[in-house]
Design a protein around this ligand. Structure first.
Ligand SMILES: [Mn+2]
Length: 388
């Protein structure tokens, strides 16, 4: 049985976008850098014969040269495993690429940027062809797989590529008909950081996703794919691709409704009700604060985040609540204060937009009214993504 581990988008060296203090930023960067070591441990555990890395292994602009040296030494610890790398848009094969700075051990193939090339595996009962292609630059608009066909359809055919399943893209567009016409059995893709597997015209097409979440957008499980092929000489029918979670930490989302809350202590307790202490201390949390909040509460979001530094490994508070201003006294035409005239004028514009059926404009006007009231009453505007 042939076992393949498929990964991509390690992004070693990537600057982080999590809310983290200096020390935890260091910890998290190391966790991302060492992701490759945990993947190689997994390769050893599984006795996988092939390791596929579909690009963005490191950041051309930020990675430390010594990390790439260490990666080369790491691969020399699995001499029985064939390692294939197809560089992507973050680690393209530019003349000063770190790919050229080390001597890769004999079991490693870094695919060149001079068109799709093939490596045939024949030893140890593996009857497989691996095709790959490295990016020469940060952008790749040409659909380079157009017209591509495998040379030996009788074998297991793998295509390793950093690309975008789209009709048009600046990140190497791969169309469904390129896949359908290729005759390949397995497409090991990188670029999209969410793990996903699908069947396109009989081919198994997989984005392994990033092994570790790299930002707050990477919500949910992350890991690698373990691909097994039970046929003797390969072929599409024998392939199964299983997602294996591996990330040390997870990006989690929680919503906290602040409606009806009227003291700061209650807000703190509500935020501390998400997850459990262990998950709070381990993971990266996005907490949306929603509902209608009493305007007198004077919520200091930066202060709150600081207060919870020991409770959450990383915490992003997303203000989505509205301050529950009492608009009634402002509607009285006798009231000629700036606030009252502002609110009445915006309500007029909002109603007009609604009559014209322009819901988007009505929502924008409503938001503008609350922003205006924030500015007039709180002296500061709390930007929100959404008003309920
Ligand atoms: Mn990437």
């Amino acid at each position: 049985m042939l076992k393949i581990v498929h990964t991509a988008d390690v992004h070693a060296g990537k600057p982080l976008s999590f809310e983290l203090d200096k020390e935890r930023g260091y910890i998290r960067r190391r966790e991302i850098e060492t992701g490759l070591w945990r993947i190689v441990d997994f390769v050893k555990e599984e006795n996988a014969q092939i390791l596929l890395i579909a690009g963005d292994l490191f950041e051309h602009l930020y990675a430390r040269p010594s990390w790439v040296k260490d990666a080369a030494l790491l691969f020399s610890t699995i001499p029985e495993t064939r390692v294939f790398i197809s560089p992507g848009n973050h680690d393209p094969l530019l003349p000063d690429s770190l790919y050229y700075s080390v001597d890769w051990p004999g079991n490693v193939t870094v695919f060149a940027s001079t068109g799709v090339s093939r490596v045939s595996l024949g030893a140890k009962g593996i009857e497989a062809d691996v095709y790959g292609l490295g990016w020469p630059a940060f952008v790749q608009r040409n659909p380079l797989l157009q017209g591509f066909q495998v040379k030996r359809p009788d074998r297991l055919n793998i295509v390793l590529l950093h690309g975008d399943l789209a009709e048009e893209s600046m990140y190497l567009p791969v169309h469904s008909d390129h896949i359908a016409n290729s005759g390949a059995d397995y497409f090991a893709l990188g670029h999209i950081h969410v793990p996903m597997a699908r069947n396109i015209a009989g081919s198994t097409v997989v984005y392994s996703g990033c092994p570790e979440p790299l930002g707050f957008g990477d919500e949910g499980q992350r890991g690698v794919y373990l691909v097994t092929c039970t046929g003797e000489a390969g072929g599409a029918g024998c392939i199964s691709a299983e997602f294996v979670p591996m990330a040390l930490r997870t990006v989690r989302f929680a919503e906290v409704d602040l409606t009806g809350i009227d003291t700061g202590e209650q807000v703190r307790n509500a935020i501390l009700s998400v997850g459990n202490p262990e998950a709070r201390k381990k993971d990266m949390w996005k907490v949306a604060l929603t509902g209608r909040l009493s305007p007198g509460i004077g919520l200091d979001l930066a202060g709150l985040r600081h207060e919870f530094i020991d409770e959450f490994f990383s915490l992003r508070l997303m203000p989505e609540f509205v301050l529950d201003y009492d608009l009634e006294p402002l509607m009285n035409p006798e009231n000629q204060s700036l606030e009252a005239r502002f609110v009445r004028r915006l309500m007029e514009i909002g109603q007009q937009a609604e009559q014209e059926g322009d819901t988007e404009a009505a929502v924008t006007v409503d938001r503008a009214m609350y922003y205006g009231l924030d500015a007039l009453r709180q002296g500061e505007i709390i930007t929100r993504r959404r008003l309920d």
